[in-house]
Write a protein that binds this ligand. Structure first.
Ligand code: UGA
Length: 443
């Protein structure tokens, strides 16, 4: 069954969701206020780097199943299923999430809903938001209680966005249990192909659905900070955190994934989500339950400082005048996203200590320049490393993991490599004459 769907927001989440819903055979309209983004998307260009998304976008534009608009009136007229995929960034100077964009979608869309419609929220929001938005949508909409609002959190990872959207681990749907509407039935139609593949479909109340998302990200962040805390102890005791992670990861109850120690987590989700979660728990009087997340955040930020410390040691005790090459700027590989990127944060701190820092990233150069215009940027690894005293690998792109240390050795001034992601083959680098340091491993 074909649904007529509008997706509000065309960022990493919204653009992927719109293209993937069209890929499932639905008729989709992507809605955004950013005319530049819309023009790109309409011409088949994805405004950010996401492997595989361009193909899905082009295919569905061509098939006429996918269009874009800035008009809420068009969206309200065209669709009876609406997805909210706008951002919920951290508020300036506070831990809490900024809900301006989500609120604005409801305030603009609901007054235009004259016919029955279902709104699905996908953005990550503090628990309690969906209930508030549901009441507001029904109050503003001429169709009143014929408008249903449910929460359908998204679990996609950047770099795997298409795959995660079309083959999710689970579909979670939060509905108002007391006043049920049409959301469950409509979600079954929208996701019928996924549900046919027996992907678990978990229907619950609004608050639980919101919390599933926030707690999943909190757990992932905790897992990373746990292994990074072990890295600190390994550094203090001469042990090796990578071997430790492999060994504990064999226990299926622990699992090896998300146990990579390094300079920690960044991006537009995990850091701000754990902070917003703490802020919301505080409002609910449950702040004690989440005080450990404060430590998760602290451990994470400490890893960045530790990297800077290692760079200073490697430069002979002072970074003043040192030439430092930074390989990687994106918050993780296969993404051009530099929001709260540990790599750029470390590069910036090292520059502040007086080093000349040159950065190279396969995809994130434009975004990095915008955020950190004072760093030097090179167009290749070899150019970035020419004459370097210290080389830092801070994002584990495949092209860095597979670097040839013999070739790199011919352009640097000092053969010192600091592996901020424990992604290099230590023996290979040491055999090639490099001084290698990883995080959580003996010198
Ligand atoms: C994360 C979650 O993984 C998704 O499930 C969620 O949907 C998304 O946030 C979101 O809320 O939208 P994402 O931010 O794309 O996805 O990236 P991750 O793969 O989770 O990586 C986050 C950060 O953790 C990166 O900086 C990465 O380098 C770091 N990381 C990850 C580690 O330091 N160690 C690990 O073992 C794994």
């Amino acid at each position: 069954m074909t649904c007529r769907i509008a997706v509000f927001g065309t960022g990493y989440l919204g653009a992927t969701h719109a293209a993937c819903m069209a890929e499932l055979g639905h008729e989709v309209l992507g809605v955004d206020v950013d005319a530049g983004k819309l023009a790109k998307l309409e011409s088949g260009e994805v405004p950010f780097y996401e492997p595989g998304l361009t193909e899905v976008l082009e295919r569905n534009l061509e098939a006429g199943r996918l269009r874009f608009t800035s008009s809420y009136a068009d969206a309200a007229e065209f669709a009876d299923v609406h997805f909210i995929g706008v951002g919920t960034p951290q508020k300036k100077g506070e831990f809490a999430a900024d809900l301006t964009y989500v609120d604005s979608v409801i305030d603009q869309l609901a007054p235009l809903l004259t016919e029955p419609a279902v709104i699905f929220g996908k953005s990550t929001v503090p628990v309690g938001t969906a209930e508030r938005l549901r009441a507001r949508a029904r109050q503003l909409a001429p169709a009143g209680d014929d408008v249903d609002l449910a929460w359908n959190p998204e679990f996609l990872r950047e770099g795997y966005a298409v795959r995660d959207t079309l083959h999710p681990d689970r579909v979670v749907l939060g509905v108002d249990r007391a006043l049920p509407g049409r959301a469950v039935e409509v979600a079954r139609e929208v996701y019928s192909q996924l549900l046919d593949e027996e992907i678990p479909f978990i229907v619950t109340d609004l608050a639980t659905a919101e919390l599933v998302k926030t707690s999943a990200n909190a757990f992932l962040a905790t897992k990373i900070s746990f292994i990074n805390a072990m890295a600190e102890v390994c550094e203090a005791s001469g042990a090796d955190v990578t071997v430790l992670a492999d060994a504990i990861g064999h226990d299926a109850r622990i699992g090896r994934r998300f146990l990579n120690a390094g300079i920690g987590f960044g991006g537009g989700c995990l850091p701000k989500d754990i902070r917003a979660f703490m802020a919301r728990a505080g409002e609910l009087g449950a702040d004690q339950a989440l005080t450990f997340l404060r430590e998760v955040d602290n451990i994470n930020m400490r890893r960045r400082s530790r990297m800077v410390e290692l760079a200073r040691d490697a430069a002979g005790g002072s970074l003043l005048g040192a030439r430092v090459s930074v390989l990687g700027a994106a918050f993780k590989p296969d993404s051009d996203d530099v929001r709260d990127s540990p790599a750029l944060n470390v590069a910036g701190q090292i520059q502040l200590q007086g080093a000349a820092v040159t950065v190279y990233d396969p995809q994130a150069m434009d975004n990095s320049r915008r955020l950190f215009p004072t760093l030097n940027y090179a167009t290749s690894t070899l150019e970035a490393c020419a004459g370097a005293d210290v080389v830092l690998v801070l994002t584990e792109w495949k092209e860095f993991r597979e670097l040839n240390p013999d070739v790199l050795g011919t352009v640097v001034r000092g053969k010192v490599v600091l592996d901020g992601r424990n992604c290099l083959d230590v023996d290979r680098w040491r055999t090639a004459g490099w001084q290698y340091r990883g995080l959580g491993r003996a010198a």
